[in-house]
Design a protein around this ligand. Structure first.
Ligand code: IMP
Ligand code: MG
Length: 334
């Protein structure tokens, strides 16, 4: 901090929502700016026993003083955004950049048929067709949408002004490094780059303004949709190990493999990561459930984390020990 970027180092669904909600509360964030593709993302936040599956709104909403912004690079589905604003009672704190492109019904229809649905197995939320139209310079922007009128704001200006005055700013990436259009497993990828540099560009922040890039990994690797997943285990085996998960947006079961060190190392490089979070450590080591300090982790869990650190050569500062925002061993302050 003051300006951090949070990205995922695998295929999405590593727990960015959880990590960001933890940071929102612990670091008393002033501003979060959502980067990434659009409502194809599903960020899960569990706070005080209540679960939120967010697709458009930044995951820091529970920090009541935090401005919740959506950068111009992000595609907006106004219906989803307005619903999430109501659900979280955050209307007065939301800002949408006038240059955000708008997802229309025809984008969603096009995403549910043919190559995209059958071969790539997209989320069907219209993001690929909308980005294609944006590249053709035919798409409608947020500034033309009446329902968004009250929320329009110059997001790059707000974010940079906040950084320059020393406020706590977080840039929220979505998806994951290996779903990047440039760096992922093409063609089984999303419709734009989603590494840290792209996240900065999405919200209009230059690379010299960033202090930390926090890369999020999960204790095992998962992937939804088509595309390669090295060392993939069967659904039955995943079930036996307690690794089965279902997509936040699509409800599809996630494919699983053990933690992939080689992918992790390359993701650290591609994102220029300075520190890492590893979530769901309690799934591998149930004795660690709910631990909030590193010293409370078991010997096996510590060895697991230290081995990852040795390989990726950056510190693992945040260790997820349960789904709640506060179930986190935070080593940044120990
Ligand atoms: P699209 O982004 O909906 O076009 O989907 C392209 C690929 O990225 C598919 O394999 C999706 O399952 C995957 N994908 C897109 N967004 C996410 C996400 O937020 N988490 C996990 N997978 C995603
Ligand atoms: Mg997700």
């Amino acid at each position: 901090m003051p300006c951090s970027v949070v990205v995922c180092g695998f295929f999405g669904d590593t727990g960015k929502g959880k990590v960001i909600s933890h940071l929102a509360l612990k670091d008393k964030l002033d501003i979060t700016a959502r980067a990434g593709v659009g409502p194809n993302a599903g960020h899960t936040v569990l706070i005080g026993g209540r679960k939120y599956g967010l697709r458009m709104l930044p995951s820091a909403f529970m920090q009541k003083k935090c401005r919740l912004l959506i950068g111009p690079g992000v595609l907006v589905n106004p219906e989803i955004l307005l619903k999430e604003m109501k659900l979280t009672e955050s209307m007065s704190r939301v800002g949408v950049d006038p240059q955000c492109a708008i997802i229309e019904a025809r984008h969603i229809e096009a995403d549910k048929v043919g190559h995209l649905a059958k071969d790539i197995r997209t989320t069907g939320t219209g993001t690929g067709p909308c980005n294609a139209e944006r590249a053709l310079r035919k798409v409608r922007l947020a500034r033309e949408v009446r329902e968004l009128k009250d929320y329009l704001t110059d997001v790059p200006l707000e974010v940079n002004t906040a950084i320059d005055s020393g406020k706590q700013v977080l840039i929220e990436g979505t998806q994951g490094t290996y779903l990047s259009l440039f760096h992922g497993t093409y063609p089984y990828v999303t419709s734009k780059d989603v590494t840290a540099s792209a996240a900065c560009s999405d919200v209009g922040v230059g690379p010299t303004k960033v202090d930390d890039v926090i890369i999020v990994f999960k204790a095992f690797t998962t992937r939804v949709g088509a595309g390669p997943l090295p060392n993939e285990i069967s659904l039955e085996e995943a079930e036996k190990r307690g690794w089965t998960e279902y997509g936040t947006v699509t409800g599809r079961p996630r494919r699983a493999s053990p933690f992939n060190v080689e992918l992790a190392k390359r993701a650290v490089m591609l994102n220029g990561a300075t520190q890492a979070a590893v979530t769901k450590v309690d799934v591998l080591f149930p004795e660690c459930k709910g631990a909030t300090s590193y010293s409370k982790l078991s010997r096996d869990a510590k060895a697991f984390i230290e081995n990852i650190e040795k390989e990726i050569k950056i510190p693992v500062t945040l260790i997820g020990t349960g789904p709640d925002a506060l179930e986190m061993a935070d080593r940044r302050r120990s």
